[in-house]
Design a protein around this ligand. Structure first.
Ligand code: ZN
Length: 397
């Protein structure tokens, strides 16, 4: 998401406010319809049913009918997505709630080329096409992402307008080779593949990190509200932005490569992973996230990993399976023997039963590749969990 200050004319502001009002009305209508629904009852109306109701509502309310159908339908689509997220057992979101006038003002437009477009008109100004409002100026504070597919217009409590462009990458077609890959979240690198590849996620260089530490010390000494403090903060923000950019770039490239090469992509379920990881690997085996040294990199690697998985889900919808991570790091990928002692060190796995030795994260990735999904997440989010124990737990150890 990249956000820009939107500068509508007074006439355009009237149109934008109407769009916000309509989007809010339609959203709240959907919230109301779902409010009385409980699991087990007859289903609340789905998106298509709600679209039919929207047509009726437009016929009944002229003020709604004069508004943009595009804006109103999109609000319903957004609501449907919010409900899907709410019911997603892997990453449940909050239940979509009421939107209040003056507090949650905004609407979303998709369909670039048909419904909207964006163009640059001068060095510091761009224009975005909004249905019924026409070209609306915004501050061209940085380049608009080339792949922007949709945007959201919002108004904050101070009455300022913003436009944020969202980049949803086009799905990459499956290669059709029947190959599955397992990806494990590593410690020394962000991700390990079951093919044996290690994918290091770039961070700041040693020099950049040293500079960051110096700046942070300087910030602690700088007087509040001083110009110097402002400059130091700005320098820190720029360094951190550089790191974020590298991580994003890495996640883009890595996810594209993986989505192109494999039909099925299996990753550990992060949510469950967080719960089991600390308990994993006791007795002389420090476990993977426990050590202080790992803690240093954890945040960086963790966010790189999260980004990678999100991008994979975007680019390979329906081809990413989340696997329960239980014992993936303790199980021998060669013979199936499960023993925390096999985890010789952070990086090395040596099976206590058959002697198989290899990179610990790659060994885990092979287990993940063979694992059975407990949560399948399709691109439309419609898939429901298959609640059963993964097979590798049932095999004799
Ligand atoms: Zn073994």
């Amino acid at each position: 998401m990249s956000r820009y200050r939107l500068l509508p004319t007074p006439a355009q502001q009237v149109v934008l406010r109407d769009h916000c009002g309509h989007a809010r009305y339609v959203w709240n209508l959907a919230v109301e319809q779902h409010a009385h629904w409980r699991p087990g009852r007859k289903g609340a109306p789905g998106y298509l049913e709600q679209c039919r109701q929207l047509t009726q509502a437009r016929a009944a309310h002229p003020w709604l009918a004069v508004g943009s159908q595009t804006v109103q339908q999109q609000a319903l689509r957004d609501f449907a997505r919010a409900m899907t997220a709410f019911f997603d057992p892997g990453h449940p979101a909050g239940r979509p709630s009421w939107r209040k006038a003056g507090r949650h003002e905004g609407f979303r437009i998709v369909g670039r080329g048909r419904q909207w477009d964006v163009r640059r008109v001068s060095r510091k100004a761009g224009q975005v096409w909004v249905p019924k409002a026409g070209w609306v100026r915004f501050r061209w504070s940085r380049a608009v992402p080339a792949g922007a597919k949709s945007y959201r217009v919002t108004m904050d409590r101070a009455g300022r307008w913003h436009v944020a462009f969202a980049v949803i990458p086009a799905p990459i077609p499956a290669p059709g080779n029947g190959r599955a890959v397992g990806i494990d979240r590593g410690v020394a690198v962000a991700a390990a593949l079951s093919t044996g590849e290690l994918l290091p996620c770039p961070a700041l260089t040693g020099r950049e990190r040293a500079r960051l530490r110096r700046l942070q010390r300087r910030l602690a000494r700088a007087r509040r509200g001083s110009n110097r403090r402002g400059r130091v903060r700005h320098a820190i923000a720029r360094l951190k932005a550089r790191e974020t950019d590298r991580r994003k770039d890495w996640a883009e490239k890595a996810s594209t490569g993986i989505a192109r090469r494999f039909d099925l992509i299996r990753v550990e379920d992060l949510q469950i992973g967080n719960m089991t990881r600390s308990a994993r690997g006791t007795r002389g085996n420090p476990g993977r996230n426990v050590r202080a040294k790992a803690g240093l990199n954890r945040g960086i690697l963790g966010s790189g990993w999260g980004l990678l998985v999100r991008r994979l889900q975007d680019k390979a919808p329906g081809r990413v399976e989340k696997v329960r991570p239980a014992f993936t790091s303790q199980r021998c990928s060669a013979c199936g023997h499960v023993d925390p002692e096999s985890r010789e060190s952070q990086a090395r796995f040596v099976c206590t039963a058959c002697g198989f030795a290899g990179h610990a994260d790659v060994n885990a990735a092979i287990n993940i590749a063979a694992g059975h999904a407990v949560t399948a997440r399709g691109g439309d989010g419609a898939a429901r969990p298959v609640n059963r124990e993964p097979h590798l737990l049932l095999r004799p150890a």
